[in-house]
Design a protein around this ligand. Sequence first.
Ligand code: ADP
Ligand code: MG
Length: 728
Amino acid sequence: MSSLRFQALQDILDREPLMKEEESMSRAELFGTNVFNRSAMKKNLSSDIFKKVIEAIEGGRRLDRSIAGQVATGMRTWAMAKGATHYTHWFQPLTGLTAEKHDAFFETTSDGEAIDHFGGAQLSQQEPDASSFPNGGIRNTFEARGYTAWDPTSPAFVMGSTLCIPTVFVAYTGEALDYKTPLLKTITAIDKAATDVCQYFDKKVTKVITTLGWEQEYFLVDYALVNARPDLILTGRTLFGHLSSKGQQLDDHYFGSIPERAKAFMEEFEFESIKLGIPVKTRHNEVAPNQFECAPIFEELNLAVDHNQLVMDVMEKVARKHKFKALLHEKPFANVNGSGKHNNWSLATNLGDNLLSPGNTPKSNIRFLTFFVNTIKAVHEYNDLIRASIASAGNDHRLGANEAPPAIISVFIGTELSAVLDVVEKRVTGDKMNTDDKTDLKLDIGKIPSILLDNTDRNRTSPFAFTGNKFELRAVGSQANCSSSMIVLNTIVAKQLQEFKKSVDGHIAKGVKKDEAVFKILKKYIVESKSIRFEGNGYGDEWEKEAKKRGLSNIKTTPHALDVFILDKTKKLFKDLDILSGVELDARHEIELENYKLKIQIESRMIGDLALNQIIPTAIEYQNTLVSNVNGLKNIMGSKFKKTAGSQLNTIEMISEHITGIEKNVSLMVDARRKLNKIDDGAKSARGYCEKVVPFFDAIRRDVDKLEIIVDDKIWPLPKYREMLFTK
Ligand code: ADP
Ligand code: MG
């Protein structure tokens, strides 16, 4: 029987792009057709109920129980017309995935009949048996369940035959067990803090919303090849694999023409996303072969996060249909670029103005500068928290590996805006500003809009870059829930804006004019936060040295990065803003450490398994072929055989060396695991896995990858890099 690898290669020869039936409607017409949005609500709810739901959404409030029944009935009618038979509360537990438990719209009555049913109680709250979701010791299995509750700011939608209701997930004791609960709290916190600051400049601003535009990178690999790679199936990445002769060195994939099969996949995946109200707009090839990116138009943060979680789900489902596997892991292939997510973040007012975009009046330019500088200052104060918020086992492969921004958090703003900050620093002096300085300063600030108009200054190596009208956090992992980093960013900026307001008010109380007070504090921040600003090449070794001099952290691995979550300073910050309690932070810390440890443990087991059960037997098989060849030569050539068989003899020896190397390292790795598994302390054990287990991965891989290029291609069991990355 031929191996799975060869069957897969055979299968791929017959693949054709899976053409989709023509959609009769345009993207714009299809947009949101599977979403219970305002127009669907209007059609399916009485005008009185409709009004109340909209009020709840706009006020960011829970739905009033008294109308939940009528909303549920309208929602069910709408969903059943779309083909839904089941409903689920759709939530985002700390596993990083989304969770759902489906119930049918169906109930039996006392007289033995059955009816379609979905009531207010089912809409508002569900009680999933949550003891098996990560809870970091908040609840043990004996205690009460957690519950999910509808968050009306994100609309319900139909996916396949299921009505999905976005919910928060909390313990009965009140602690958050998900990403959404704290995210919503940060949205409220930053709204309050930013609106207060906006009041200095424009009294008409009554609300500030956070906006997020994510960009999602992924790989597409033929499903048959993935099936022949147990490591890809179980861990999402290849644990072995020699680099192919051609990789990404020609840069011929980036923005290249999209291969037919991939394009057919994208079309269908985009149509499905559009129906779910996800405004996907951009698609292109990425740097690595078979790597792609998709990006939507930006949206309000909570909705954007839900849509990113959904997109990853839709992507996997549609890929399957097209006989692809969409790989979302941060580093599916060693020595080939990995995948990330870029989180473009900004703030917008109820009047529709982007606070990170300067306007036409001097006032709006000062406002721009205020939000711009406060964000930089926040990142300066809490850069370790940003680093922790993007930490994961997968992302450890990218950060600092010369393809993604380094593990050092810094801010890039471009030469022109740097010059503007220098001007503020120079002009704002003394207790009272003189009139000339004030006029000059305003003139300089007045130039910001034109500066930004042709601001092409882009630095792709920076983890946190200002890109004209938003900040772009580029170090997020491709599988991550965007909330993790957005919770931190919103929290630290909200805190910073509060501090700013306190200081400005203090000056005003002492008789300083408002504008002068604002400038004074901004100058102070500009000076204090200089060390976080870096305009050079973030991938270079020079920067590591420079950053060390500046006292910036460079935490390369997840277990170490996470520790900042449980510092007193962090607990105080999150408590002051009412985002997460100390207990909740402890729990999250524990969950993330456990998650890290389990991922490494699975990879380590998989490495041992593949090495001992596939690689070594294959190597021995080939070695046996060589041995019989040498014996045959000896038979016919007698004493002269050694000269003729020299190369085979060499190879036989090399194979033995690699086999010995693998066996030795696997056995040492298993010993290390055994010892660590006896440790109860989660942090200690995660750190142990990082320091004592991970180093064996590369050592074992070196021997395996050498064998890959020695052993006869015909019997090598695992699909090779050239096959996974270049088959179209
Ligand atoms: P790139 O970073 O690839 O050069 P763009 O700069 O065109 O791409 O935009 C990237 C992303 O930024 C898009 O997803 C877009 O929706 C998002 N974006 C644009 N404006 C904002 C904003 N005000 N707030 C949040 N995201 C935004
Ligand atoms: Mg980008």
